[in-house]
Design a protein around this ligand. Sequence first.
Ligand code: SF4
Ligand code: SF4
Length: 382
Amino acid sequence: MSVRTNPNLLLEMKKYGDVNIESCFNCGNCTAVCPLTTDNESFPRRMIRFAQLGLQQPLLSSKELWLCYYCGECTKTCPRQADPAEYMATARRYAIAHYDRTGLAKLLYTTPGFSIFFLTLLAVIFGWFMYTTHGPMAGDALSSIDFITPEAAHLVIFIIIIVLGGLWGTVMMVAQVGKVNRFPKGVRLNWLGALWEAVGIEALGQKRYRGECESYTEPQPWYLQKWFVHASIMWGFLGLMAASLIDLVFNITEIKALGDSVPIWYPVRLLGTIAGLLILYGTSVALIKRIRKTDESTSHSTLSDWVFLILLWFSGVSGFGLEISLYLPEEPVWSNWISIFHIAVAMELIILAPFTKFAHAFCRTVALYFHALKPISDTNTE
Ligand code: SF4
Ligand code: SF4
C-alpha cells in the first residue's frame, strides 16, 4: 500500500507550537521512560518519526497522540533537548486543526491576532445579544429560553453553522482513528466494556493519569497533583453543564413551591455550587502553575491554553457572583450585568469547544475507547 508523504509536515507543525524535533536522533529514550506506552501503543518516538518522514495521515489517525497526558517525563530524559512532550502537545493542536474542515481551528491556533479579534467579537456579539434580550430593557426573562426571536435569526444561523462545522470535525476524527484501528469483519467486540473503560474509568476516573503518570512526578499533596487539577476542571465543567441543563429543563428557579429563591441545599443548586468550586479551584491552580512554569507541562503555554483557562475561570467567578445575588435580600443592580457576562462567556466556551483546547476532551475519550476495544474472546481470557 502506498503512503503519501508531506515534505512540509514538520514546517507546518511548527506553526502550532515550539517544536524542536529536528534534533531528535531516534534513540528511543522517550518511549522507554513514558509510563503510558505499551508494546502495541508506542509513543512519542513513533509519532516523532511520522513528522520527520512527512507521514501526515498516519499521524492524524494515531490514537497514541491522544493517550499522552503531557506528564513531561520524556522531555526530562531526552539527550538532545528535543522536547518530545511539547511535540506531542503541538501534534495534538495540529491534528485538531486538520480534523476541522472549516479552517477556524487552524486560524485560532496559528494566528494570535485573529484569535483575539474573533474571541472578542464573539463575546461582544453574545453580550450585546444577551443585553438586548435579557438586559434591563427586556424585563425579567432570564430563566426562559425565549431568546430565539426573528431578530436573532442571523445569530442563530451563525451558531448553527459553527456547531455543525465543529461536529463535522469530530466525525472526521472518529473516522480517521477508527479506520486504522478497526478489526476484521465478523470479530465480536466488547464495545460496551470499552465505552465504560474509556468514559467511566479513564476519562472521568483518570485512572492512568492518576496512577502511571503521577507515580513518576515529584511527590506533591493530592490537591496539587496534576491529575486532580485536571479532573477538577473537567468534573466542575460537567457538573455545571448538568446543573444548567436540569435547571433549564425543569425550570427550577421558577418552582414556586421552593419559595422565593431555591434553597442552597437543593440538589441541583448544590451540584452547581460544588461544580463551580471545583472549576474555580482547578483553573486557578492551573493558571498559577502556567504563570510560574512549575514543570515541563506548564513551561510552554500557547494563547489557546490561556484563553481556555481564563474563559473557564471567568465563567466560574461570574457564576458565583450570580448565585450570591440570588440570596441577597434585594436583587442588586449588578446581577443582571453579571448574568449577561456569565452567559456570554459560557456560550463562547461551548460553541467554540470543537475548535479549541476543549476538543482534547472528546479526542482523548475516542482514543481511549479504541485503546480499550478488544474482541470478546480476549476479554474473557483476561
Ligand atoms: S529521547 Fe529525544 S532524541 Fe531520543 S528519540 Fe526521544 S526525542 Fe528523540
Ligand atoms: S509527556 Fe508523559 S505521557 Fe506524554 S509521551 Fe511524554 S512521557 Fe509519555
